[in-house]
Design a protein around this ligand. Structure first.
Ligand code: SF4
Length: 351
């Protein structure tokens, strides 16, 4: 019986749209924040009525650009969570941020209000690349924000994008060395993907070919000083993002805000959840087991071989593909080679 749920709060506002962005977000740095908080609190109350005053181990404010939010709005939302749920004493509370939208004073107010982990959208350590990506900050603003957060003893993570049109194997080695110099404990490295209906989707960009992309991906694990713990995430052991880890492990989470989705557990039944009352569909145990395999295999630890998971795995295939997958301490995980073809591999692995 799942008595705790992680909470994800979506903050869909940004200073401007980045050239590659296909996320649910809008260019509006001055929205009606009170109305936004009204809607978020209404959804939180809805779920509290459905689920009871359940325990909350992690809260993640993602976006969009949550650091645009006035601290008093953040406080309103946190207080609403406190009133309606049972927040763990050591709850991980992450705020996603973009350099240029938050200074030392504002960050310090966020920390006083409960934030204990800051994720910074650095994206590149070259000003010309930030310009190309359509980002509104420069490298100095990003590294200053990382320093400010580290000096406050916050847990800090930084996001980067690689695989830009001019990137090759040398540029990734250079990027990893620059990142290593930042002395971070958690880093996310995302490959640039070109989505339709974005400014990049309408340009004819000369992207690195698949082989180069795969080589760059392998180089990251070789040259970055942090070990990979998930497809795109690297951290000193113990400094992983608990919120995402819980979700990848198959724990329950509520997605709050338009564009957010979750998996909630009520009276022993799993439900797909979107917003307060948009979609609220039960999920069969079989589907839930497959979801756990898909997310668990994204992590280096792998998916725990519980009975429901085992019933959906083709062990004949596993036993004949030891170059791609391995079993270790009741967890099934991919090898480095398997990780490179994760999507294809899961098609054969799941029965
Ligand atoms: S800051 Fe993030 S969510 Fe906002 S437009 Fe840029 S990529 Fe999209």
């Amino acid at each position: 019986m799942q008595v705790f749920h992680n909470i994800y709060i979506h903050v869909p506002f940004c200073t401007a749209k980045c050239n590659y962005c296909a996320f649910y977000s809008m260019a509006n740095p001055n929205p009606d924040w009170q109305k936004y908080a009204d809607n978020i609190c209404q959804e939180l109350r809805f779920w509290s009525e459905k689920l009871g005053k359940i325990k909350v181990p992690t809260i993640f404010f993602g976006g969009g650009t949550p650091s645009l939010m006035p601290v008093m709005i953040f406080e309103r939302i946190i207080n609403c969570i406190k009133d309606n749920f049972d927040i763990d004493n050591n709850c991980e509370i992450t705020l996603e941020s973009n350099p240029g939208t938050i200074d030392k004073n504002k960050l310090s107010d966020f920390v006083l209000a409960g934030v204990n982990r800051l994720s910074v959208g650095v994206q590149s350590l070259k000003d010309e690349e930030l310009l190309f990506l359509g980002r509104k900050h420069n490298v100095k603003q990003a590294t200053d924000l990382l320093d400010i957060a580290k000096n406050m003893n916050l847990r800090v993570s930084a996001d980067f994008i690689y695989g830009l049109p001019n990137h090759n194997e040398e540029s990734i080695v250079d990027l990893c060395r620059r990142i290593n110099n930042l002395d971070l404990k958690h880093v996310s490295m995302y490959e640039l993907t070109i989505e339709k209906n974005t400014p990049f989707g309408k340009m004819n960009l000369n992207m690195p070919d698949n082989e180069t992309m795969a080589k760059m991906y392998m180089e990251i694990s070789e040259y970055l000083s942090l070990p990979r713990y998930e497809v795109s995430n690297y951290a000193i052991p113990g400094d992983e993002c608990r919120h995402n880890q819980n979700i990848w492990n198959g724990d329950a989470y509520i997605g709050i805000g338009r564009g957010a989705a979750g998996r909630v557990m009520m009276d022993g039944i799993w439900y797909e959840q979107r917003g307060a009352n948009e979609l609220f569909e039960p999920i069969s145990n079989e589907t839930r087991a497959i979801e756990k395999i898909l997310t668990g295999l994204r992590t280096m630890r792998g998916v725990k071989l519980t009975d429901d998971v085992k019933s959906k795995i083709n062990f004949d295939w596993v036993n004949s593909h030891k170059d791609l997958v391995e079993i270790n301490n009741e967890y099934l995980h991919t090898t480095h080679q398997g990780l490179l073809i994760l999507d294809d591999l899961t098609v054969d692995l799941i029965k």
